[in-house]
Design a protein around this ligand. Structure first.
Ligand code: PLP
Length: 393
């Protein structure tokens, strides 16, 4: 059996999305910036997609700018605001659990002389609006708080934070990359000035995303070189990707309620069984107010990577919290931010369900998980010492 439980990393392209994109990958290939008929056709299609996406988040079409995805949108939002200050080095507020796309941009800005405050999360995985309020300074130019976390799925109080930012006259950006298919968004009602999204997280194509920029906000460009996107973001228009993203978002939002109910039901079944049937396990992040498809569980005394590899051999795809791909075996910054004891932090695994996930797949995963954990713990000196079954040699 093959089981894909890594939908926070990326999702499968929906068949209707592929169908919508197909003409623009084949017969209708004009450059949307060309003034001849070939170009006019694709320009029209892109305009339609822009309007569709805008409407779905309560924005206007001229407030949507297409990018290559979430990483670029996060970089553009933060660096764009910072450099629009024209030489002044302001202060930015964010959280310690943002995605590396945002955190790395913050570190880079610190290197350029900007100062950044990183709000801590509580043990449940949340920041509060009061905390953000307490970090505001005279020179604060931007608040950036993610809508939902990519590792533990906790949903942050962004409408409240947006309200505070508005009252204080500070720009507010949210990274909504993980949240688009699960949480209704209305940028006006939630006081959002800038919002990042990425199509491949909601059954759209990879390599296309968008940044919502509220009309009137001054933002320097990140990618220069062409007059595309009203001269704010250079690069030939990705017509097929844009059409695919609009279709995917339309489907995600139309089916949101039904999908959320189905997926959260399965996710809860999975969490309950794992916590009950596998000893020494903890759910990372709050049980309430988390993305319906996210379960992040720590398995004490073993390395997440070992579980990941063992499940991989059984045909099951999950993700481990540690940044081992970056050459470091440090546990994930998000799991550590929950003040998780180090031996628990090392053993965290993220299971993220998709629209197609079935109960049978989860039953199979639980069975393989129990086998893997038992086997790995039998080899774990730490487990044997703690459980009184053996000693270090
Ligand atoms: N922000 C969050 C919260 C994410 O989860 C991701 C991807 O994992 C990104 C940004 C980056 O998006 P992309 O893969 O489109 O560059």
């Amino acid at each position: 059996m093959k089981v894909y439980l890594d939908n926070a990393a990326t999702t499968k392209l929906a068949p209707q999305v592929l169908e919508a994109m197909m003409p623009y990958l084949t017969d209708i290939y004009g450059n949307a910036s060309s003034i001849h008929a070939f170009g006019r056709v694709t320009a029209g299609v892109v305009a339609e997609a822009r309007a569709t996406i805008a409407k779905l988040i309560g924005a206007d079409a001229d407030e949507i700018y297409f990018t290559s995805g979430g990483t670029e949108s996060d970089n553009w939002a933060t660096k764009g605001v910072a450099f629009a200050q024209k030489g002044k080095k302001g202060h930015i507020i964010t959280t310690e659990i943002e995605h590396p796309a945002l955190l790395q941009a913050m570190h880079w800005l610190e290197g350029q002389g900007f100062s950044v405050s990183y709000a801590k999360i509580n043990k449940e995985g949340f920041v509060t609006a009061e905390q953000i309020n307490g970090l505001i300074r005279e020179d604060t130019i931007l608040i950036s708080v993610m809508l939902a976390n990519n590792e533990i799925g906790t949903i942050q109080p962004i409408a409240e934070i947006g309200k505070i930012a508005k009252e204080e006259g500070i720009l507010f950006h949210t990274d909504a990359v993980q949240a688009m298919s699960s949480i209704p968004i209305n940028v006006k009602e939630q006081n959002i000035d800038l919002l990042s999204m990425s199509a491949h997280k909601f059954n759209g194509p990879k390599g296309i995303g968008a940044l919502y920029i509220k009309r009137g906000i001054k933002l320097d460009s990140l990618v220069i070189g062409g007059h595309q996107e009203r001269s704010k973001r250079g690069g030939t228009t990705n017509t097929a990707g844009i059409v695919g993203m609009a279709k995917a978002l339309e489907l995600a939002i139309a089916n949101m309620e039904e999908n959320n109910a189905k997926i959260s039901g399965l996710r809860d079944y999975f969490i309950d069984r794992v916590l009950k049937e596998v000893p020494y396990t903890t759910l990372n992040g709050s049980r309430e107010n988390r993305l319906p498809f996210n379960a992040n569980i720590s398995f004490d005394y073993i390395e997440g990577e070992s579980i990941l590899m063992s499940l991989d051999l059984a045909g099951i795809a999950v993700s481990s919290g540690s940044a081992c791909s970056s050459g470091s075996l440090e546990p994930s910054h998000v799991i550590l931010a929950l003040q998780t004891p180090i031996e628990q932090a090392h053993g965290s695994i993220r299971f993220t369900l998709g629209h197609d996930t079935t109960k049978e797949e989860l039953d199979y995963t639980i069975e393989k998980l129990k086998e893997s954990v038992e086997k790995l713990r039998a080899w774990s000196p730490l487990f044997n010492v703690k459980s009184g079954k053996g000693y270090y040699v």
